[in-house]
Design a protein around this ligand. Structure first.
Ligand code: SAM
Length: 361
């Protein structure tokens, strides 16, 4: 990417002034909690790391408080995608001040094609995904203080694209992502095993990203104030995922495993399989993953979940036995894994009917 000299911003009205001038009340419909204080917007942009001479794709610029800081911090160009058309005249004031290095797009980020706004000088070159510099040298950065309700859907969209190296991640750059979300949700993404907030989000994101909380703002930093603390989280795609597995498989296994958090693996993951083969399949999955049926899902590392998902994919991709074959096996009272090991189904344990005396005890 060619060097583009840093823009020196001429005096322009601040984001707060623009909201006043253009009479733009924050709308709940667009989940608008603006970051207006220049110290806060500067802090947010600093969380992104070095953006000098880069193209920043900003999601939901609002009245442009963060956008202005992007130029102050040396961004060469900004492509801003905003859903609320009322904000465009205010944003245009900033665009005029930076010689059109700010491009504005009206749209919903959840179905916006980011590749379509990347300039040729970026798309015609190709980074080397597995090099150490691929993230620090990425000419693109994705960033935004966006509505809480779209943070996870958007991150999952980007996660799927990272896992298939598609969309903006198809150019060989491990593009860093810096966004705001509720502190509690960010905590779920970065949690390690055994931590209270550990769950599906921790596993799926940590398999593909280095995930870090860079800063936490009090809700009072926003206008209007948010009623929770807000974390700035940064996700950098890993050179290689911890485990090579498809997003869909890992998502399915972790959804089922964390459906009821306090249950043992043997109980929860049984729900992955159809009834006819459930016992065998569950036992095989645990056996091949070297897990005991009483292992609690909270204790598993991301790699262990990745392996579970790989084995699960293997099991369900095998031709399934017909009902007749299953009946024959059940009649012979044996269930054979394709590992070459034979498991004998334990006889049904005959439980003694409780007498009235037992209940009274
Ligand atoms: C929390 S506000 C933050 C605005 C600005 N970044 C700031 O910090 O002051 C979120 C912004 O995203 C915009 N927005 C909401 N949903 C969006 C979507 N689906 N796609 C793009 N922008 C959206 C809102 O209109 C609003 O400007």
């Amino acid at each position: 990417m060619s060097y583009i000299p840093k823009v020196v911003l001429p005096p322009t009205p601040s984001a707060a002034d623009l909201l006043r001038t253009y009479k733009l009340p924050a709308l709940r419909r667009f989940a608008q909690n603006f970051l207006l204080d220049p110290r806060a917007t500067s802090k947010f942009v600093a969380c992104a790391g070095n953006i000098e001479n880069k193209l920043v794709v900003e999601v939901g610029p609002g009245p442009g408080g963060i956008t202005r800081q992007l130029f102050e911090h040396g961004a060469a160009r900004v492509a801003a995608i905003e859903k609320d058309i009322r904000l465009f005249p205010a944003l245009q004031t900033l665009s005029n001040a930076v010689d059109s290095r700010l491009r504005l797009y009206l749209g919903d980020i959840l179905d916006f094609n980011i590749e379509s706004v990347l300039p040729d000088d970026i798309t015609t070159q190709h980074g080397s995904w597995e090099s150490d510099e691929s993230s620090s040298c990425s000419p693109i950065h994705l960033l935004g203080n966006l509505p809480f309700n779209i943070a996870i859907p958007l991150l999952i969209r980007w996660l799927k694209q990272v896992s298939t190296r598609s969309g903006p991640f198809s150019f060989g750059y491990r593009i860093p992502i810096t966004i705001c979300m509720q502190e509690a949700v960010a905590g779920r993404i970065v949690s390690d095993p055994l931590m209270d907030q550990r769950g599906r989000l921790s596993i799926i994101f940590q398999n593909w990203f280095d995930c870090r909380v860079k800063h936490v703002f009090s809700g009072r930093a926003f206008v209007p104030a948010a009623n929770v603390n807000v974390a700035v989280i940064q996700l950098i795609p890993l050179k290689r995922p911890l485990v090579e597995v498809s997003y869909d498989l890992l998502d399915k296994v972790t959804r089922v495993a964390f459906h009821t958090r306090n249950k043992k693996m043997g109980t929860t993951i049984a729900a992955l399989f159809q009834e006819e083969t459930r016992d065998d399949d569950t036992r095989e999955l645990l056996h091949r993953a070297h897990l005991k049926s009483d292992t609690m899902c909270l204790t598993l590392a991301t790699e262990e979940f990745g392996q579970l998902a790989q084995i699960y994919g293997d099991i369900i991709s095998r031709p399934r036995p017909t009902h007749e074959q299953l009946d024959q096996k059940i009649n012979r009272n044996e269930l054979t894994f394709e590992l070459g090991e034979t498991y004998v189904r334990p006889e049904k344990i005959k439980t003694k009917k409780k007498s009235k005396k037992d209940w009274d005890e």
